[in-house]
Design a binder for this molecule. Structure first.
Ligand SMILES: Cc1cc2nc3c(=O)[nH]c(=O)nc-3n(C[C@H](O)[C@H](O)[C@H](O)COP(=O)(O)OP(=O)(O)OC[C@H]3O[C@@H](n4cnc5c(N)ncnc54)[C@H](O)[C@@H]3O)c2cc1C
Length: 410
């Protein structure tokens, strides 16, 4: 892959850069730390940022133009990503919609659904969430128990979802429910678009160890969904869910971007803190810093290779799992080093915002390691689907998830 801009890409980069300068005061900026509770004001600010970027053609750049996208290519999308990163623009608040729900609606939705939903999703006019996980169904997603029963007025939904990111701010969600309890686990599931404001939907935020409440329990008590809001065929929801899961891994780590605090913020922090450390701490910190920076660079270039591959194949493959595994590892190493650089001052981090971002980020990264497929599940997928090793269920037939392969799980 040639990393130099073509003349056309270079012109495009200048345009993007100029747009971000012109709209500087209209956009939310940050260093990637997960400091602020996503309260209503913050969410509104970030929605506004996403709308400004969308109106400027910088969100949905590669999405189909007939539904509000830009119809552009991945190489220019990479230019946009780099310029957003360079300008320190906060990541889009509608990331679940952009990364998972939107691609699923595009791949499996009806014309009517695509026309009604995609443009507003891109602009964060409507936020979207993903209602897959349940108390007894996380890695083993095919164990979903939420029921959908077809009656005259539509599908009646009964059940509970959990860990639903930003559900308290969302208008719509994609919901995986069991429609045929007699079919095999993977055959009896169906995907729906659910209106989160419909009667019977109750959203309860959950407090996380980083202090935030960015995910929720969602109770579904006889919620009615019209049959026209089905995504894909009845009992074919597993296939639809696989589209979501592949896009999810790609969205979380596949692009080679940074999760958590940015590495340039870590470098600035190190420059500030190294003089306060003793000789041994300093040597260890510099070595760790070198490792984090090299790994970040390697992850970015691996992300570019993946993008090139998608350009050719049209969709993310199982390799996206490697990107997510690596991005999470780097995010954790970055936050961890940020805390270690504080030395003894780390105990006071809570009282100083600038320092607290490292501790807060350190408390957030274990959660990112679980979201969108745990490290163990992703390693299973890489072992089986990329390296061609035997499936874990073949080696451990007594598991609670027999007769499935890792591809059947998150
Ligand atoms: C920050 C965050 C955001 C999230 N957002 C959403 C969301 O928006 N929507 C949504 O639907 N879900 C969401 N989730 C849920 C997430 O997808 C699940 O947490 C994840 O799939 C793991 O499921 P579980 O928590 O039930 O753990 P379990 O599946 O019970 O796993 C427990 C442990 O067992 C290990 N394990 C399980 N099976 C195997 C196996 N076959 N081989 C080896 N090890 C195994 C796991 O790796 C893990 O360490 C989110 C989670 C987090 C932390």
């Amino acid at each position: 892959m040639d990393f130099d801009d073509t003349p056309d890409q270079s012109r495009f980069r200048d345009e993007v850069r100029a747009f971000l300068v012109d709209h500087h005061d209209d956009l939310a900026h940050g260093d990637g730390s997960n400091l602020e509770e996503p309260g209503v004001d913050r969410v509104e600010l970030l929605r506004h940022t996403q709308a400004v970027l969308y109106d400027g053609g910088l969100i949905g750049y590669t999405w189909p133009p007939e539904y509000g996208g830009g119809g552009g290519d991945n190489a220019k999308q990479a230019v946009i990503n780099e310029e957003l990163h360079r300008a320190r623009i906060s990541g889009p608040i509608g990331h679940v919609g952009l990364g998972m729900c939107g691609p699923t609606v595009l791949a499996h939705g009806s014309e009517d659904q695509k026309e009604r939903y995609i443009r507003r999703l891109l602009r964060a006019d409507d936020m979207w969430c993903q209602l897959f996980s349940e108390p007894g169904s996380g890695s083993d997603l095919a164990a979903v128990r939420t029921r959908a029963v077809l009656q005259e007025d539509g599908w009646h939904i009964q059940g509970q979802k959990v860990w639903t990111t930003l559900a308290q701010y969302c208008r719509y969600g994609i919901l995986l429910a069991r429609t045929n309890p007699d079919a095999s686990r993977h055959r009896g599931l169906t995907m729906f678009v659910i209106d989160m404001h419909a009667p019977g939907v109750t959203v309860r935020p959950l407090r996380q160890m980083n202090g935030h409440t960015s995910f929720n329990e969602v109770f579904l008590d006889d919620v009615v969904i019209a049959d026209s809001e089905r995504l894909g065929a009845v009992d074919d929801g597993w296939r639809v869910a696989l589209t979501t899961l592949m896009n999810e891994r790609m969205a979380i780590g596949g692009g080679g971007g940074e999760l958590g605090v940015r590495s340039d913020a870590l470098v600035a922090h190190a420059a500030d803190r190294l003089p306060h450390l003793d000789e041994t701490q300093r040597v260890l910190a510099v070595e760790a810093l070198g490792r984090v920076l090299v790994e970040s660079l390697a992850a970015r270039y691996t992300g570019y290779r993946l993008q090139t591959r998608i350009e050719k194949d049209g969709r993310p493959g199982p390799e996206a799992s490697a990107g997510k595994l690596t991005a999470v590892k780097i995010a954790h190493a970055t936050a961890d080093l940020g805390v270690r650089l504080l030395g003894d001052d780390a105990v006071l981090a809570r009282s100083r915002d600038g320092d607290w971002r490292w501790a807060s980020s350190q408390a957030s990264t274990p959660g990112i390691a679980l979201a969108g497929g745990t490290d163990e599940i992703l390693r299973n997928i890489l072992g089986e689907r990329v390296l061609g090793l035997p499936s874990d269920s073949a080696r451990t037939p007594a598991r609670s998830t027999p007769a499935t392969t890792a591809t059947d799980k998150r």
